[in-house]
Ligand binder design. Structure first.
Ligand code: SAH
Length: 239
């Protein structure tokens, strides 16, 4: 995990040997399961360390300084094979993490991974954001909502902001030029009770494709009718 160690170090993140071993085990499981199920197209040893592990960990740069009295409640919406949620759990074992994924096979991998890595304080939810966000136990219950590579920002905001408690934040991991995507998301952000706070660039030579964290604060509750029924946020984004 030398690439991962070097790359995260540049971001000011110091992984210890126990954490590096967990990442090594994560890689082995990912590759093993990927032979049977399509979990990821990125499989090279160095590529996974950079494009999956280090990229996931970079989200921590948009976290507020932690309140040490309460574990941070985090949800990763559309986590797939666990990105960015699982790397962040390895980095910050004290967080309370919910992994939401609609594909049963991916959720089965996450269950296995959780046992393999001995992670505590992780809940795996198989389901769609459009439905989970209307459940009392998930609605406006999280300090941090994360999502990577799930949908364009106008749709993503409708799927993610309902999970965020007022005072919490939604962090979307994006790449490339996203200025027009952000402009198009303005209406959805406002409707969902959000306010755009920051676009944080992740400036590393390992990422030539302009990665950034779009940080949206939750300033008021999301109206009860959002998100709309499954598929609507993507089919008919609130632009
Ligand atoms: N976040 C991961 C996976 C990205 S692929 C990564 O960055 O590698 C997008 C994932 O989101 C897929 O696994 C898909 O099943 C899931 N997904 C898409 N729409 C969803 C929804 N509405 N609710 C829950 N999961 C969803």
């Amino acid at each position: 995990m030398e690439k991962l160690f070097a790359c995260t170090k540049k971001l000011g993140i110091n992984l210890n040997s126990e954490q590096l071993e967990q990442f090594s085990a994560y890689y082995a499981e990912l590759i093993d399961w990927n032979r049977r199920f399509n979990l990821t197209a990125i499989t090279g040893f160095e590529e996974v360390q950079i494009k999956h592990f280090c990229d996931s960990l970079s989200a921590v740069l948009a976290f507020k300084s932690p309140d040490t009295t309460q574990p941070l409640r985090i949800i990763d919406v559309g986590t797939g094979a666990g990105f960015p949620g699982v790397p962040l759990k390895i980095l910050l074992p004290g967080i309370s993490l919910t992994l939401l994924e609609s594909t049963t096979k991916k959720a089965a991998f996450l269950q296995h991974l959780q046992e393999m890595l001995g992670l505590r304080g992780v809940e795996i939810v198989t389901g769609r954001a459009e439905e989970a966000a209307h459940e009392e136990r998930y609605r406006e219950k999280f300090d941090v909502v994360l999502s990577r590579a799930v949908a364009p920002l106008p749709s993503l905001v409708e799927l993610c902001l309902p999970f965020c408690s007022v005072g919490g934040r939604f962090i979307a991991q994006k790449k490339g030029d996203i200025s027009s995507e952000i402009d198009r998301a303005a209406k959805a952000i406002k409707l969902m009770g959000g306010a755009l706070s920051e676009i944080k660039k992740i400036d590393l030579e390992e990422f030539p494709d302009e990665r950034c964290l779009v940080v949206i604060e939750k300033v008021s509750p999301t109206p009860a009718n959002y998100p709309r029924r499954p598929g609507m946020a993507v089919k008919r984004p609130l632009v």
